[in-house]
Design a protein around this ligand. Structure first.
Ligand code: NAD
Ligand code: GLY
Length: 357
């Protein structure tokens, strides 16, 4: 078991990473004295698999557990579903002394975090991520949001959790596609912040594929450390935190073009990282060989980084709606592995590279 502190000034908490920690979750949570109810929010798949041990642990802490179910998948991240949760909290007489637990992937985490940030102007939330993507990224750092038909994550708040419990044993039941999607975000940390992660991915490829809990504990903890350091230095996304968006400028545009029903987030980020490498090489920012390195890495992780040709007009239009767009699309580009920088790129250059696909 590994504890990773997240030192956001005034709102410090820990990410606890380990195999089987849900069974004794009470040991890893901050003090719960004075708290009354624990609202566990999960979709029915995740609830069926992991709600019971968590509810038992909350009971051992003396809290009354209330289960709240949400729909599965990106469609759950809406104001409508948030509204249903607000009503259920009101009916159950939730108050600020209670706590919400987000049990599931990034969708449940973002939605529950948003409801926690806004109900009664803020209830504490514990993130209990059960996808690889949520364990290494979404559950840490306090970004919460719901989508609008006009775009993803357009309504949200920064609301740090009081704890994150990442039980890597839960990854055993994750569908292959979701696991690979999480590996794209793991690769992102390796490419931008901690290249040693890439060495582990290569040296331990078989154990990673077999979802060996030892190697997953190590990888999740290393990604959590990278994210924790980045968030502690820039909680509000004004500087260094932007680097966590490697591959996301094109990735988010793809997700939007496909109405969030095509590639998963991680799959879109994989395509986006290759595109960023192509941009970096063609602009003379990235060292030669960067694109080939990306292809090798992502192929080794079972990720398809190619996909059908993209319509440059559609892509550029989608990029203009990105939260980080400011007169030109902004990309995280690598000079080399582990040397990222943020670059505003002329649309004509983006178009040119898209057209040479
Ligand atoms: P997800 O939340 O949709 O979960 C994927 C699927 O896996 C769901 O159907 C779920 O029921 C199932 N599932 C979850 N855990 C399981 C388990 N252990 N066993 C079996 N099935 C399981 O997808 P995701 O990739 O975790 O999250 C994507 C979301 O995260 C997107 O909405 C994205 O915007 C968001 N995100 C947020 C941040 C952030 O900083 N807040 C960062 C990255 C991504
Ligand atoms: N996933 C990007 C961030 O948390 O900033």
């Amino acid at each position: 078991m590994i504890r990773v502190p997240v030192a956001v000034p005034g709102r410090e908490y820990e990410v606890v990473v380990g195999a089987g920690i849900l069974d004794e979750a009470e040991r890893f949570l901050p003090h719960m004295e004075g708290r009354d109810k624990a609202f566990i929010v999960a979709d029915t798949t995740v609830a069926g698999l992991y709600q019971e041990p968590l509810a038992d642990a909350m009971s051992r802490l003396g809290l009354t557990t209330v289960s709240l179910h949400v729909p599965q998948g990106e469609d759950a991240k809406t104001l409508q579903v948030a509204g249903v949760l607000y009503q259920q909290l009101a009916l159950q007489e939730a108050h600020r002394g209670d706590v919400l637990l987000a049990l599931g992937g990034g969708v449940t985490g973002d939605l529950t975090g948003f409801v926690a940030a806004t109900y009664m102007r803020g209830l504490p939330v514990i993130q209990v991520p059960t996808t690889l993507l949520a364990q290494v990224d979404a559950a840490i750092g306090g970004k919460t949001a719901v989508n609008l038909p006009e775009g993803k994550n357009l309504v949200g708040a920064f609301h740090q959790p009081i704890a994150v419990l990442a039980d890597v044993a839960t990854l055993a039941t994750l569908p292959d596609r979701e696991f690979r999607s999480g590996l794209a975000e793991v690769a992102k940390y390796g490419l931008t912040i901690d290249p040693a992660i890439l060495e582990t991915l290569e040296a331990e490829a078989d154990r990673v594929r077999d979802r060996d809990s030892g190697v997953l504990e190590d990888l999740v903890a290393r990604c959590a450390r990278a994210k924790a350091a980045t968030v502690a230095a820039d909680e509000r996304d004004e500087g260094g935190r932007l680097l966590l968006n490697y591959g996301h400028t094109l990735g988010h545009a793809l997700e939007r073009i496909e109405s969030y029903r095509g590639r998963s987030h991680g799959e879109a980020v994989a395509v986006g990282m290759v595109f960023a490498a192509r941009l970096a090489e063609s602009m003379g920012i990235g060292e030669p060989g960067l694109v080939a390195f990306h292809h090798r890495l992502l192929k080794g992780l079972g990720l398809d980084d190619t996909g059908p040709a993209l319509d440059p007009d559609q892509v550029l239009e989608a990029m203009r709606l990105d939260k980080k767009y400011s007169t030109r699309p902004r990309f995280v580009l690598l000079e080399a592995v582990g040397r990222p920088r943020i670059v505003a790129v002329d649309e004509s250059v983006v178009r040119e590279v898209l057209e040479t696909e």
